[in-house]
Design a protein around this ligand. Structure first.
Ligand SMILES: NC(=O)c1ccc[n+]([C@@H]2O[C@H](COP(=O)([O-])OP(=O)(O)OC[C@H]3O[C@@H](n4cnc5c(N)ncnc54)[C@H](O)[C@@H]3O)[C@@H](O)[C@H]2O)c1
Length: 448
């Protein structure tokens, strides 16, 4: 599945292009500040100055691709938080709490949307109506009516939309795409994707707005939209039908006690999930110091009764090229990682990513390629680590690709409306299946 079906064709894809891709990936990995000539600066505004907006698409955007981007305006519903972002970005960028006013006043060419998931569609659609090309964080949308509104608005306005699927830019994810395009395992039969989130990262979703379905569309939209997009991209086909199950096993009502948030909690000593936000200066400025404006607790209790999303998911997806996917996400496990398996006519690829696992590994990421009746080999591709690199270098790569249209795209990593809609649609179909006990067709969710 690609945004432009003519952009890359598997049968036309010859080995040379994967060599070019490897070279491109290597250049971007070793030199994330860029191996390509810089075009003119784009006037960019940003709505949603939380941690993702203020850092990755704020301070770090200017740090990483400052020669390509001029940040002209910042907007957030929280008037204090937008001022924090302004300060972090040098103190001069104009701030707004009204989106239309920001667009009218600053006249951006592009607007980056990094608000709470369920509100992305409002700004994506409004930007297009106002003649601006939006760039949306994932998930593009969290409900069926939002998906349809985005599709219809884009058709009417003809605007360009980018969706920032940084998970297409992980070093091992790119390597798998290359192996698939090279036909190493022939035509795909099936994919098994297991995502495990540990008791720190996994639990963190339940402290925040993500634990509310109305804000995040469950973890099948908020988190798994990354994975569903990767699947659509790797499989290179459209999802047709989804069946899912989900349960809330650990958080929410399952807790033995609860309070509004950790800071004021009377169970600090008993609770194995107690988390002290006061040790994090950045979070104190961005969230705690801004609480008076919206009452939002970044250190919210993960046993709140209000939590209404599962922490454990099993999903089946059928694709229009007959590929079958088994996906699971579990946010209650002792270590982080992924196990992703591709079965094809000529062999099998297994990719393992580990993080914070309690045993020694030589490489955080390992790909085993096995050919039928032939040998098997391990390919190691380690992500980049260090303060500079976000998500193993993927965030640096995607910023450059979004803002430099001349950058080659041999692995079809650029993602737009179709990719954004179809990944969200699997998540929406998934939670609808959980709620109704039915198998849900993608065309029940949205008509493209
Ligand atoms: N691709 C990735 O790896 C990645 C990583 C983290 C977050 N994200 C995405 O980035 C987005 C922001 O996440 P975050 O972690 O920064 O959350 P956050 O809670 O820190 O920030 C959200 C911001 O949106 C603001 N907001 C809420 N409703 C709004 C509205 N109606 N209008 C304007 N502003 C509004 C909030 O005040 C807050 O400042 C989410 O969509 C999330 O899915 C993506």
């Amino acid at each position: 599945m690609q945004d432009d079906p003519k952009a890359i064709n598997r049968r036309q894809f010859i080995r040379n292009s994967s060599v070019a891709a490897a070279a491109l990936g290597a250049a971007a990995l070793t030199n994330p500040m860029g191996a390509f000539a810089a075009p003119a600066k784009t006037r960019v505004a940003l709505v949603g100055t939380g941690i993702r907006g203020s850092t990755t698409w704020g301070m770090n955007l200017l740090r990483d691709v400052g020669e390509l981007v001029e940040m002209v305006g910042l907007c957030d519903v929280n008037p204090d938080r937008v001022k924090v972002a302004q300060r972090w970005m040098g103190g001069k960028i104009p701030t707004f709490t009204d989106f239309d006013e920001m667009i009218r006043t600053t006249k951006p060419e592009r607007v980056i949307v990094t608000t709470v998931d369920a509100t992305h569609y409002q700004y994506v659609c409004r930007a297009m109506e106002l003649g601006v090309d939006p760039i949306s964080e994932k998930p593009l949308c969290t409900h069926d009516y939002q998906a349809q509104q985005i599709v219809d608005t884009q058709k009417r306005t003809g605007r360009k939309l980018d969706v920032t699927f940084n998970a297409r830019h992980g070093a091992s994810d790119m390597k798998v795409k290359e192996l698939l395009l090279d036909g190493e395992i022939g035509d795909l039969y099936s994919v098994n994707y297991e995502e495990f989130l540990d008791l720190d990262h996994g639990a963190s979703y339940f402290r925040r707005w993500h634990g509310l379905k109305q804000e995040s569309g469950t973890l099948l939209c908020h988190k798994a939209s990354h994975h569903f997009d990767q699947l659509n991209w790797w499989i290179d086909a459209d999802p047709v039908e989804v069946t899912a199950y989900g349960r809330l096993n650990k958080y929410g009502n399952n807790g033995p006690f609860r309070h509004a948030n950790c800071r004021l909690c009377t169970y600090k000593k008993q609770c194995e999930f107690y988390w002290d936000i006061t040790t994090n200066k950045q979070y104190m400025e961005l969230y705690v110091d801004c609480e008076d404006q919206d009452g939002y607790y970044r250190d919210g209790c993960l046993f709140r009764h209000a939590i209404n999303i599962p922490d454990t998911y099993s999903v089946l997806v059928r694709y229009d090229n007959k590929v079958l996917v088994t996906y699971s996400l579990n946010a209650t496990v002792p270590y982080e990682g992924q196990l992703i398996v591709f079965n094809g006519t000529k062999g099998r690829i297994e990719m393992r990513n580990f993080h914070r696992q309690p045993w020694e590994v030589d490489h955080e990421s390992e790909i085993r390629l096995t050919h039928n009746f032939k040998g098997s080999k391990v390919i190691t591709v380690d992500p980049q680590r260090g303060e500079f690199f976000e998500h193993g270098g993927a965030d640096q790569r995607i910023k450059r690709m979004v803002f430099d249209p001349s950058m080659p795209d041999p692995l079809a990593q650029r993602a737009g409306l179709r990719a954004g809609i179809l990944s969200s649609a699997i998540g929406i179909a998934g939670y609808t299946s959980i709620d109704t006990g039915r198998r849900i067709r993608i065309d029940e969710v949205v008509k493209l």
